[in-house]
Design a protein around this ligand. Sequence first.
Ligand code: NAD
Length: 349
Amino acid sequence: MTAPWNYPDFDDHEGVHLFRDAASGLTAVIAVHSTHLGPAAGGTRFWHYPDPADAITDALRLSRGMSFKNAMAGLPMGGGKGVVLADSARIKTPEMLAAFGRAIDSLGGRYVTAEDVGMTDADMVAIARETRHVSGLPVAAGHAGGDPGPTTAYGVYLGVKAAIRRGLGKDSAQGVHIAIQGVGSVGGGLARLLAADGAKLTITDADMARAIRMAAEIGAKHISPSEIMGIEADVLSPCALGAILTEESIVGLRVPIVAGGANNQLATQADADRLHARGILYAPDYVINAGGIINVALEYLGHGDRAEVEARVARIPERLEQIWAESAATGAPAATVADRMAMRLIGRG
Ligand code: NAD
């Protein structure tokens, strides 16, 4: 077996923990990338990996991303990620969740979990029976926590407006043409907020019925998913998949700004350079989409009411401004500047 430190995505992770519970069938990985700023926080993914090595790669890559995201959001949290390996039928049992809760607890608070792909808030409740190092639990109105989608959407909305200010010199989204890829929890919330500001919206979704419904609700135009990357607009806002900014797609972009909520938008590091070379203003994804993690982190830290969440989300534009200013001053792409800032914040710069 390849040791975790021989994986290409290993980045001096503080710990890579492998768990197996024969009675429940749990197989899991918890990667703790950094606890420099606080407990390593990041959701748990429940996913079927034909090759288990891919689960370790995912945990390594995603936990590093969480270190960067949490640091740039100004949170007193490090970065970690859990991965529970599902069988091909993706069967998840209460016993498995309990065993995973005990696994988290055995780390004594170095890792704090929340929902990610394949995990629900009900799963977090089950895990919380075994450990207190869990967030993303249902909360009462007015408190931090709960579904992160709307808070993420609000942060992305503020970030898009900051990009419009910097890139187009406009103080409002009114009349600005914004194309949104994916109108689910984040993209749909963003679309509603921008529509209320009088933006001109073009939207798409792999689920065309969803796009058509949303377009009718907010008075937007809908187009097919294949058209969105080449649309001529003021802003492209990716709010669906990762890895959509590639060598091919960047050549075809007809927008001066890319700012959206999807995670891992750049297919490779070289795509940061390609966007920059084309003069496209880019909002680094893990900075603009931090609203959700701010929401669940404050829930975990126990000092969060909604007003505190909103105050912290309202600082996302400042962080973006800082990145763009440093990018302009140094000539380095915004994504590279963000990575460097994050590395400095976690004591690795
Ligand atoms: P979601 O599942 O609610 O919505 C995603 C939407 O994208 C769906 O409607 C889906 O049909 C659509 N879609 C998928 N493939 C598409 C394609 N090729 N073209 C167009 N549409 C497509 O998910 P979400 O919670 O809104 O998350 C969206 C993105 O934001 C993801 O990349 C996610 O990782 C990221 N993100 C979400 C949060 C959060 O709080 N929910 C936080 C940070 C980042």
